[in-house]
Design a protein around this ligand. Sequence first.
Ligand code: PDD
Length: 280
Amino acid sequence: RIVYVNGDYLPEAEAKVSVFDRGFLMADGVYEVTSVLDGKLVDFEGHAKRLERSLGELDIVSPVTTDELLSIHRELVKRNDLTEGGVYLQITRGAPADRDFAFPDPETTPSTIVLFTQVKNLADAPAARTGISVISIEDRRWARRDIKTVQLLYPSMGKMMAKAAGADDAWMVEDGLVTEGTSNNAYIVKGGKIITRQLSNDILHGITRAAVLRLAKEAQMEVEERGFSVEEAREADEAFVTSATTFVQSVVKIDEATIGEGTPGRIALRLREIYIDESR
Ligand code: PDD
């Protein structure tokens, strides 16, 4: 694979980042994952805007402009011949001369930027046909989940808790309400109405979420943005998640409860189809 590091396109084995990089030492960095379908980036603009916001909230200076970022994404897709999958982008606060809790001066410590591509079956993912199972776990992440930081230890642990329980993923719960999945936004459908948690600092403002809610409204589907409990989800007609790496993915089991018929629901399947059609 050819990867991008601080201005250079290199074979992955030759790419290097300092051991003092604050991304490595302190998870002091942000990231984005933009999906690629038919060799084209899906909603690059949405990801670029959220990246800018994440960087701003943490006072990290971007080493590139949005136009440069788009060119790098396209160049990397081309060099790796990627037709379907994603581009991972990470920007960290760079590598100061020594480890220190205080932020380094951005004038002397430039941010580190890394991008790489990942091959993945997105439109035809087998899990889209069967649906996935989730367990509910407590949400023990920090309180600024709207910033897409590389601090992903708790979500990784959640994924492992799900695996240990024989499930595919976990939905995190805070104060009795589902926040989101380990790496996706969570939804239920009841009586034809799509219900998903409102935007706040408690969840990541999903780019796929924004597109799917817009498409749902355009298709005259009813949408309600509010929190829901695991109990309400267990009684729902359908459940699903959205993200750049799963698009719209049905959830057919929550803890011990089967959702609907235990197969992907009509509304989730329809949204998936509309979303993929629009993204091509
Ligand atoms: N994750 N919520 C969380 C906690 C996420 O990590 C993600 C994305 C989403 C969905 O956001 P979007 O629709 O913009 O992809 C929601 C990416 C895909 C990842 O970590 O790989």
